[in-house]
Write a protein that binds this ligand. Structure first.
Ligand SMILES: Nc1ncnc2c1ncn2[C@@H]1O[C@H](COP(=O)(O)OP(=O)(O)OP(=O)(O)O)[C@@H](O)[C@H]1O
Ligand SMILES: [Mg+2]
Length: 502
């Protein structure tokens, strides 16, 4: 749970970090952009202003310094009042300094010992008057940063005047400050809103995960019944929840089957044990038992022990059927193999045994395991037919592989029971089963064996009205080998002179 809380926090913090970086980068770009755009405009205006000041403040016709100074004074006096306090300075060679802001550039000073203040003002005035030609930026005491453009004006090859126009940079700074303040406010609000949204989204995302964790904990504690049952769109969480529910369904079924299987096994073992104990009690109770009594008890005990042994063997076989070493495939010629198998069963019962084998190929699998499966099918056919009844073993080849089927003319298996009889311990007529010796494992074993070969088992009806159980074994050779005529495995005829196929 604490990890999920951590997930929520991490998600929120990641979104916050991305947002802070994005807002920061945008702020930086706009802050810098605002500054440089305003500075460029100021430079542009200064360039125009210096050009006008030069043309009219130092007119080409003014021959003497006095005439230049008079023109300069006229130009300065004609300037309209400006809020931006634009600074104009004209130094006329041989006629002193003219300016619209004498407090910045004192043109005369009273005699006497200069104060600290005056010394600083003088330094500032010297810096203004000594600014190099072109653009420069000066730091002034009262105005702050000042952008200055200075031009030397020559008339008839001589320096007539030096003109400077200055514009304070304070508006640029205040515009930038505005941007910073707006961003700080908007950024803080956006960040707060985004953090809240991120937290809610993260909490919403984590909620089903927390539910899953809680359900997993209950399952871990042994309760397989809870399900997530998530509704809504099929997003990743829904897919995960569905997979989780599906897994629990399967687990529950598997556990139920396991429990049922154990109950069945116990029940099947209990019956012969009860019989054995009953017989021993008969012997113990009757001190005058005869030889015949003893033989009868021994016969019954042996039969029950044999039944238990078969049961245990069958269960062990089923338990091992999905292990890799369960099968030991080896090629054996199919027809003699089936003939021998059927002859073995035919010796034990009086039935009309028939073999129909339409192929001369080899058996694709483990002959011992497959013989076991086929014997189970043949035993069932014998058990469900009377003397002279039909028991037919058939081998056919098709696209899907080799099919080995056992048919009889007995009562058959009803369609609704055909899937069930393949389950362990499932019998149609339980009351009859003990007399016929069935425990209900024969078909389950046949299925396990054929599935271990990668094949399938089908329960159906025979043409004679009885049951037909078919095992289909896939042909596992590569496709090109199958296509080549000489390699046809179960072909009825082999080309003359061709070597026997393995
Ligand atoms: N050929 C058949 N005809 C009619 N019913 C059959 C046939 N084969 C099987 N069944 C039915 O299917 C059930 C399951 O068969 P399966 O071979 O698995 O068990 P069994 O024969 O009862 O016991 P086991 O084979 O373990 O000794 C049988 O009990 C029987 O009811
Ligand atoms: Mg059987």
């Amino acid at each position: 749970m604490s990890e999920l809380r951590g997930l929520r926090l991490r998600l929120t913090l990641s979104i916050a970090l991305v947002l802070v970086l994005a807002v920061g980068a945008t702020f930086f770009a706009i802050y810098r952009g605002t500054g440089s755009r305003l500075r460029a405009r100021i430079d542009h205006e200064l360039r125009d202003e210096v050009a006008a000041f030069t043309a009219r403040g130092v007119p080409a016709g003014a021959a003497t310094p006095g005439a230049v100074a008079a023109a300069g004074r006229r130009y300065i006096a004609a300037q309209p009042f400006r809020a931006s306090a634009r600074l104009l300075i004209e130094r006329v060679a041989g006629a002193g300094v003219l300016t619209n802001q004498p407090e910045l550039v004192p043109t005369s000073r009273e005699r006497g010992e200069p104060s600290r203040e005056q010394l600083a003002e003088d330094r500032q005035a010297r810096a203004l008057l000594g600014a190099p030609a072109g653009f420069s930026t000066l730091e002034l005491r009262d105005l702050g940063a000042l952008r200055l453009r200075t031009a030397t004006v020559r008339r008839d090859g001589r320096v007539a005047a030096v003109v400077s126009v200055g514009e304070p940079l304070a508006p640029v700074h205040s515009a930038q400050l505005d941007v910073a303040q707006t961003f700080a406010l908007a950024g803080a609000l956006t960040l707060a809103a985004a953090l809240l949204a991120a937290y809610l989204v993260a909490a919403r995302t984590a909620r089903p995960l927390r539910r899953m964790a809680a359900i997993a904990a209950r399952v871990d504690a042994g309760d397989l019944s809870p399900r997530i049952r998530r509704e809504g769109p099929r997003d990743e969480v829904r897919v995960l929840a569905d997979a989780f529910d599906h897994m629990l369904d399967r687990l529950e079924t598997a556990f139920a089957r396991q429990a049922g299987f154990l109950a069945d096994v116990s029940h099947e073992l209990r019956t012969p044990l009860t019989v054995l104990r009953g017989q021993l009690e008969v012997l113990a109770r009757d001190p005058a038992f005869t030889r015949e009594d003893f033989d009868r008890v021994e016969r019954i005990a042996r039969a029950e022990i044999a039944r238990m042994e078969k049961l245990v063997d069958d269960l062990l076989l089923l338990a091992h059927s999905d292990e890799p070493e369960f099968l030991h495939p080896r090629p054996v010629p199919l027809r003699p193999y089936l003939e021998e198998l059927l002859a073995g069963v035919a010796a034990t019962a009086d039935r009309d045994f028939q073999l129909a084998c339409s192929t001369d190929g080899m058996l694709p699998g483990d002959p011992d395991r497959l013989a076991q499966a086929l014997r189970n099918l043949l035993a069932n056919a014998v058990a469900h037919t009377g003397p002279g009844g039909l028991v037919r073993l058939e081998a056919t080849v098709s696209e899907g592989g080799l099919t080995l089927a056992v048919e009889d003319d007995g009562p058959g298996i009803p369609p609704d029971q055909r899937a069930l009889v393949l389950e362990r311990f499932h019998r149609l007529d339980v009351s009859r089963s003990r007399s016929t010796g069935g425990t209900g494992l024969g078909l389950a074993i046949a299925r396990a064996i054929v599935e271990a070969h990668g094949g399938t088992i089908r329960v159906g009806a025979s043409a004679a009205g009885g049951a037909r159980i078919a095992l289909t074994l896939p042909d596992r050779r590569p496709a090109d080998a199958r296509a080549a005529p000489a390699a046809v495995r179960y072909g009825a005829a082999r080309p003359a002179g061709a070597p026997p196929r393995a």
